[in-house]
Design a binder for this molecule. Sequence first.
Ligand code: APR
Length: 319
Amino acid sequence: MSKVTVIGAGAVGATCANVLACRGVASEVVLVDIKDGLSEGKMLDMFQAAATQGYKTKLVGVTATDAEGYKPTANSDVIVVTSGIPRKPGMTREELIGINAGIVKGVVGNALKWSPKAIVVVISNPMDTMTYLALKATGLKKNRIIGMGGALDSSRFRCYLSKATGVGIQDIDGMVIGGHGDTTMVPLTSKATIKGVPATQFLSKKKLEQVAADTMVGGATLTGLLGTSAWYAPGSAGAYVVDAIINDTKAIVPCSVLLEGEYGQEDICLGVPVVLGKKGVEKIVKVDLTKEEKAKFDAAADAVRKVNGALYEIGALAK
Ligand code: APR
C-alpha cells in the first residue's frame, strides 16, 4: 500500500495525479486544493476515466483551507507541492516568490502534521527557493526534501536533443543541473549521449549550444505559446520523481537538494544528480564538470542564493 498526496489541483497538480493513476504508481492518490470543489471534481473526472484507462488507484479529492482539512491525506508516503501561482508570459519564475512562499510554507506544514514521515517533492516556483524554504521551515532531514526541477529540465533537454538529431528520445540521455531558471540551468552537453555515444559525435558545437539554449527557455517558450506555464512535462516529471521514491527504483535524477559542500556549494538547494529511492535522496552523485560547466553552476548558485535572500526579507524565514 502506498499513498501520495498532491497539493494544488491546477494544471500541474492534476496532471501529476493523472500520471500517477495511469501508471499505477501508488495505491491511493489524494489531490488537495483550496478552491472549493476543484479537487473533488478533477478526481471524479479521473475516476470516470478509470474504466477506459484500466487503472485501479484509489482517487480522493479534498478541499482544505487549514490543517484540519488535511486529515484525508494522513499517512502519505510522499507529498507533492504544486500549489501557488504559475507565471504569465514575460514573467520569470523568481517573480512568483512573494505569493508562493506563503502558500508553500503553509501547505507543507499542514500536510506534515498528518504525514510526519512523508517525503516532500516541491514543484512550485521558484522551485530551488521553495525547496530551500520547505527544508528550512520544517527542519526535516535533507533526504526528505526534493525539488523536482532538474527532472523536468532534463526531460526538456532530451526532447530538444531528439528534435536536433532525429533520434528517438528513448535512445537519448542527458542531464540538466544547476538552477531551475531560464538563465541558471546548466545543460550538460558534454555528457549527453545517444545510445551511449557522446552527443558531440552527432551534433556540432553550435548545434549543441542551440539545444542547450532551447532547453533553458523550454518553459518560457510554452508560456509564450499557452499564455500560462506548462503542465504535461512538469506534472509528468513530478510523477517520475514520485515513482522513483515509492517504487524504490534508485533512478539517478537531477533534483534540487541541499548541498553541504558537494559541488563546492553549501546552504543552498540546487540541481545535482541524485539517487532516488524509498528514503528520498539516497545519494548525491558526483560527476566531473568541465571548467565552463562549473563556472555556470557557481553562477547559478549565486543567483539562487540572491533569490533565497528574499525569503528573509519577506519574513517567510526568520533572519
Ligand atoms: N492550498 C491548496 N491549494 C492552493 C493554495 C493553498 N494554500 N493556494 C493556491 N492553491 C491552488 C490553486 O487554487 C490552484 O488550483 O494551486 C493551484 C495552482 O494551479 P494553477 O494555477 O493551474 O498553476 P499550475 O500551472 O498548476 O502551476 C503550479 O507549479 O510549475 C509550477 O510555476 C508553477 O508555481 C506554479 C505551480
